[in-house]
Design a protein around this ligand. Structure first.
Ligand code: B12
Length: 398
């Protein structure tokens, strides 16, 4: 089976018209395409950087607020400047982009503009026909990001076309496992795994932590492997970038990965991609799982992370539910996020008591990640980086 086509979609800066792109994203996904959605109000630089890191075949831009001739042309120029002209640019913008504008845009290197009235099927067919054929031999990568992005694609492709066996089908023997783990342990990157149920605020929390890494560690480079669910051979919405503001930065390398049928929160290619990021010398590597359930222990199998963080929503149901969440036994740090919600106080107390049963040195942090300069996020940053505010509450081994 071939890898799904990967494209990136976005809406330009100063434009809040995201309803069209949301519809088009869903249609592309329905046609088996993996869509990395960058969101709206995005700059040329952010779009080009994201497309390069995600190693997509093309960028689809939806533009309604005018300035499209210059904006689309700048994206093309930026890609060329960085040696990424194999990434194509296409898009639309209802009645806003005229036929004459579209001709001017195509002269400047834009592949195709779609007009009002085009069916969604027609646009998905265009993507399949024009961006779905196997890539020709690729020219030498001109930048570090391009080189790394291509390596990650090769790893994902090797699993998709069966050249590498999925981890579930080939459990490592104890010796192989020990060797694998020790290989990963001898490195200078700090690998932090984030997991927890969907909607707990993992992505926002990570983005706020990245802001702190960037400002407290002026030379540090950070990598993020962010996962969203998908079925083998099907499309996926890889939407974490749309929630990220601070992580669109030249010192951050982010890759969105679909799980491509693997249960448990990660992709078959995660470990291989992590090895590449470690080899590339990132100071911090953050892995974000998909929203997980009670049974999930995504980082347990191969010992791939140095520290695990479970992010929870205060609204988890009855107290009894806490007995069933495996990660509460395993996580190094448990974050109760969204503590501005009404149920936060009892939730913190209940989770604290639940962690006491474990008699391990686990940390409990309360945060409101969506709030700027949130002291809970500062505390978490201190715990995972050795910088910042001292933790208010430390649990000791009993
Ligand atoms: C819905 C809408 C809104 C909603 C947006 C909601 C949202 N979350 O997106 C709201 C009400 C918020 C809104 C606000 C505004 N809007 Co408005 N809006 C529209 C409207 C009615 C429909 C746009 C739409 O989503 N169409 C649905 C899509 C699927 O269809 P389509 O547009 O025909 O697109 C086709 C192709 O172009 C293609 N396509 C589109 N994008 C992409 C991307 C890719 C990758 C691909 C492959 C294809 C593709 O897909 C379709 C195929 O049939 C249009 C008018 C109209 N009838 O088109 C005005 C319109 C775009 N808005 C307009 C304006 C002026 C505004 C405001 C400035 C109004 C104001 N004074 O406040 C604000 C600005 C908002 C902002 N911050 O940017 C003007 C733009 C004028 C211009 N630039 O020339 C329009 C044209 C209305 C008008 N005639 O004046 N708007």
């Amino acid at each position: 089976m071939a890898s799904p086509i990967r494209i990136l979609t976005a809406v330009p800066i100063c434009d809040g018209h995201d309803s069209a792109i949301n519809t088009i994203n869903l249609e592309f996904i329905r046609h088996g395409i993996e869509v990395v959605y960058l969101g709206y109000h995005r700059s040329v630089g952010d779009i080009a950087r994201a497309a390069i890191q995600e190693d997509v075949r093309a960028i689809g831009i939806s533009s309604y607020n005018g300035g499209h001739i210059e904006f689309f042309a700048d994206v093309v120029k930026q890609l060329r400047k960085q040696g990424a002209d194999e990434i194509k640019v296409f898009g639309g913008g209802g009645g806003t982009i005229t036929h004459a504008d579209a001709k001017a845009m195509e002269r400047q290197g834009v592949n195709k503009i779609f007009f009002a009235g085009t069916s969604l099927n027609e646009m998905a067919d265009y993507v399949r026909e024009n961006y779905g054929k196997p890539r020709k031999k690729r020219l030498r990568a001109r930048t570090r990001d391009i080189e790394l992005a291509r390596k990650l694609t090769e790893i994902e492709d090797a699993y998709a076309n069966g050249k590498r066996r999925r981890p579930n089908a080939q459990r490592p023997t104890p010796t192989a496992k020990k060797h694998q783990t020790s290989n990963l342990k001898h490195h200078t990157s700090r690998v932090i795994g984030f997991t927890g149920p969907g909607g707990a605020g993992k992505t926002t929390l990570i983005d706020e932590l990245v802001l702190r890494f960037l400002s407290h560690k002026p030379k540090a480079r950070i990598a993020i492997l962010s996962h969203d669910p998908s079925v083998v051979g099907e499309g996926a919405l890889l939407g974490d970038r749309a929630m990220m503001i601070n992580s669109q930065h030249d010192r951050v390398f982010m890759r969105s990965m679909a799980t491509r049928g693997q249960a448990g929160g990660l992709s078959p290619a995660t470990e291989g991609c992590l090895r590449e990021l470690i080899g590339a010398g990132f100071d911090y590597v953050i892995i974000e799982t998909v929203g997980t359930g009670q049974e999930a222990m995504p980082f347990q199998e191969n010992g791939i992370v140095d520290m695990t963080v479970l992010v929870m929503n205060p609204d988890y149901g009855a107290r009894l539910q806490l007995q069933k969440i495996v990660m509460l036994d395993l996580a190094d740090i448990v974050v109760v996020n969204k503590t501005d919600q009404a149920r936060a106080r009892p939730a913190i107390l209940e989770i604290e008591q639940r962690l006491e049963q474990n008699r391990r040195a686990q940390q409990l942090v309360a945060s409101v990640a969506k709030r700027h300069r949130d002291p809970g996020v500062d505390e978490l940053f201190g715990l995972i980086s050795g910088n910042g505010a001292a933790p208010a509450k430390r649990r000791q081994k009993k």
